[in-house]
Ligand binder design. Structure first.
Ligand code: PMP
Length: 401
């Protein structure tokens, strides 16, 4: 009997070692990793410069607490401010914690405006985490079921629908912020329309709301820019980050600008491990390597190629609804629940993910090479084609029966 709590439906494999976009299990079988620890290991596995930076820092200093100044935290905050154009940063350990900080900022902001019960607009199919506050903000009943009562103070609207938000603005004086993933990850790699962010910014300006963009999954170069918002030239007031920030060392961050950057005062918020020297050294090395090795350009080149090839090879195939995404955040929506593809790919030495039952999600490391994209396509396309053939055959059989 396992003594680990039963919170994950795990696949029957454990990895022992990794290099670049590849992982090896205990039996020595090799797997091409198109999941990257769920959009975490942008540099791939065992990147020599990253490993050296961590080794060096482990020997020097791991943790001191936020009772004291942390030089590497200051340095990392400077770098994050420089690449995002935002003012300051709160450091934590995970995506949900970064979103918790954002939610607390919004509530403080509301109370400053004498709003007693501040509310945040959130979207259908959003995923913001699994703490009580962030699962309440999340737009999935599966994530919430059993954990009621949910936290109050969230107003839900459909994805990619500015009019719905305008309607909320007219009728609800308690709203102080919107919290949005521009590119929804867990919700099915859903991309909002060109102009959505501009519209959102206008609504926020008109009503004095904070624009809060959850870039936990879409950030850190994955879409071809440091942050997904940078494709549209509109900046947020608050931005939670995590996942790719430390390339696997747990670190989260909540960035803020303008009024939002001045809200927290000593005693308002904290985290024992948040931004410790080891985590910050990992993030600084990650940022440096992404920049030096031009990995965002690579994400665009390889991601565009994968999406174009998927579109070409699936052209006219019944059962493929849409191929979408940006950079190396790619979704293939099928007409049928397709969870079985994950195990079938695993048998063939390929790691993929399926989310919301019928979307194959690909999140390869940013170091993914063209040859690896070729291998991925050579395994995945036949697998999906055969899966859809079987679906077609069983539907035909059901109709004749
Ligand atoms: N926000 C988004 C957009 C995410 O994709 C995730 C994790 N999938 C989270 C928040 C929560 O992050 P964590 O699991 O690190 O708490």
């Amino acid at each position: 009997m396992s003594h680990v709590m039963d919170t994950y439906a795990r696949l029957p494999v454990a990895f022992e070692r990794g290099e670049g976009s590849w992982l090896w299990d205990a039996a020595g079988k090799r797997y091409l990793d198109a999941v990257a620890g769920v959009a975490v290991c942008g540099l791939g596995h065992g990147h020599p410069r990253y490993v050296a930076a961590l080794r060096e820092q482990v020997g020097r200093l791991v943790h001191t607490s936020n009772l004291y100044h942390i030089t590497l935290q200051e340095k990392l905050a400077d770098r994050l401010a420089a690449i995002s154009g935002m003012d300051n940063v709160f450091f934590c350990n995970s995506g949900c914690e970064a979103n918790e900080a954002a939610i607390k900022l919004a509530r403080l902001y509301g109370h400053k405006k004498n709003i007693e019960a501040p509310a945040i607009v959130v979207l259908d199919r959003a995923f913001h985490g699994r703490t009580i506050a962030t699962l309440s903000a999340t737009g999935s009943r599966k994530v919430q079921a059993g954990f009621e009562p949910l936290l109050a103070g969230f107003v839900r609207v459909p994805f990619d629908d500015l009019d719905a938000i305008r309607k909320v603005a007219e009728g609800n004086r308690n709203v102080v912020a919107v919290l949005v993933e521009l590119l929804q990850g867990e919700g099915g790699v859903n991309v909002c329309h060109e102009g959505y962010l501009r519209g959102l910014r206008e609504i926020c300006e008109a009503h004095g709301w904070l624009l809060m963009l959850d870039e936990v999954q879409s950030g850190m170069g994955r879409t071809g820019k440091w942050f997904a918002f940078q494709h549209s030239g509109i900046a947020p007031d608050v931005m939670p980050l995590a996942k790719g920030l430390g390339n696997g060392m747990p670190i989260g961050a909540c960035l803020a600008s303008g009024a939002a950057a001045k809200l927290f005062k000593p005693g308002n918020h904290g985290s024992t491990f948040g931004g410790n020297p080891l985590a910050c050294a990992a993030a600084l090395a990650t940022l440096e390597i992404i920049e030096d090795e031009r990995l965002m350009d690579n994400a665009v080149k390889v991601g565009d190629h994968i999406r174009a090839e998927l579109a070409r090879q699936f052209a006219g195939l019944k059962g493929v609804r849409e191929i979408r995404g940006k950079g190396l955040m790619i979704g293939i929506e099928l007409e049928h629940p397709c969870g079985e593809l994950v195990g079938q790919a695993l048998e063939r030495g390929l790691l993929i993910n399926v989310t919301v039952d019928n979307v194959v999600r690909l999140l390869p490391p940013l170091v993914f090479r063209m040859e690896e994209a070729g291998l991925l396509l050579a395994t995945l396309v036949p697998l999906i084609t055969q899966f859809l053939d079987r679906q077609g055959a069983s539907q035909a059989a059901a109709q004749t029966a």
